[in-house]
Design a protein around this ligand. Structure first.
Ligand code: SAH
Ligand code: MG
Length: 218
């Protein structure tokens, strides 16, 4: 018999070792808050926009597995602007030699397989706004970490936030109040959420913001 407490710890260790862009303290906060909303929040699956090589999907997936939810991990796996050749976050090992294009899907699958999360994390391979348009199931958790340009970030906000159930948690990554620390669009969508009065701030760890959707009663 394996220790039931041992399983999340094992997955979290795997997440920490996975390639990607999620510091350990923020990943731990993802896990903690996801576990909380999975235990006390609304019904429904979880969805992340922007999976890359599966690091954040392991943090969220560890929680999803522990509380019996499913995580949909959405990415076209062609990389964001900053992942392309010549940009700051480019990794040449992630280019598919057959097409010359970025392809993070094989690395994502290795990460999720290695974490033992193939029964919990469902890959959705496609363009975020296109999938959002046809999505119908209310979400209990939404994590936005896709394209960080102005158009993609605002499209993710507009396309996915309406699918978040009342009481559900919205996580936004790479939110920097000070422009010297990073790009504006994630901060702008955080401000949109707070300005809409439909959210209350739950936590802030590094560049991760955690918000809860509240019932406006209107
Ligand atoms: N959460 C990841 C990092 C995500 S990086 C981690 O923990 O490491 C951002 C990702 O968003 C990239 O993999 C990129 O391919 C994806 N992305 C950017 N624009 C997208 C779009 N329009 N549709 C789907 N995925 C997109
Ligand atoms: Mg990020």
């Amino acid at each position: 018999m394996t220790d039931p407490k041992g399983r999340p710890a094992e997955v979290l260790a795997h997440a920490a070792a996975a390639p990607g862009f999620m510091p350990a303290d923020e990943g731990q906060a993802l896990f903690d808050h996801a576990t909380e909303v999975g235990t006390n929040g609304p019904d429904g699956p979880w969805l992340e926009v922007g999976s890359y090589c599966g690091k954040s999907a392991c943090y969220l997936g560890a929680a999803a597995e522990a509380v019996g939810r499913q995580l949909f991990a959405l990415d076209h796996h062609r990389g964001s602007e900053e992942n392309q050749d010549g940009w700051e976050h480019h990794d040449p090992d992630l280019v598919d030699p057959a097409t010359g294009l970025m392809d993070t899907l094989p690395a994502f699958r290795r990460t999720i397989h290695g974490a033992g999360l193939e029964g919990t994390v469902v890959a959705l391979v496609g363009d975020s706004p296109s999938v959002a348009t046809v999505w119908r199931t209310p979400l209990a958790l939404l994590f936005i970490d896709g394209g960080h340009g102005s158009e993609p970030a605002h499209q993710d906000y507009e396309g996915w936030v309406p699918h978040l159930a009342i009481g559900g948690f919205l996580f936004i990554h790479d939110v920097f109040e000070d422009p010297a620390d990073g790009g504006r669009p994630p901060f702008e969508i955080f401000c949109r959420a707070m300005g809409s009065l439909a959210f209350t701030a739950v936590d802030a760890v590094g560049s991760l913001r955690v918000l809860r959707r509240i019932d406006l009663g209107i």
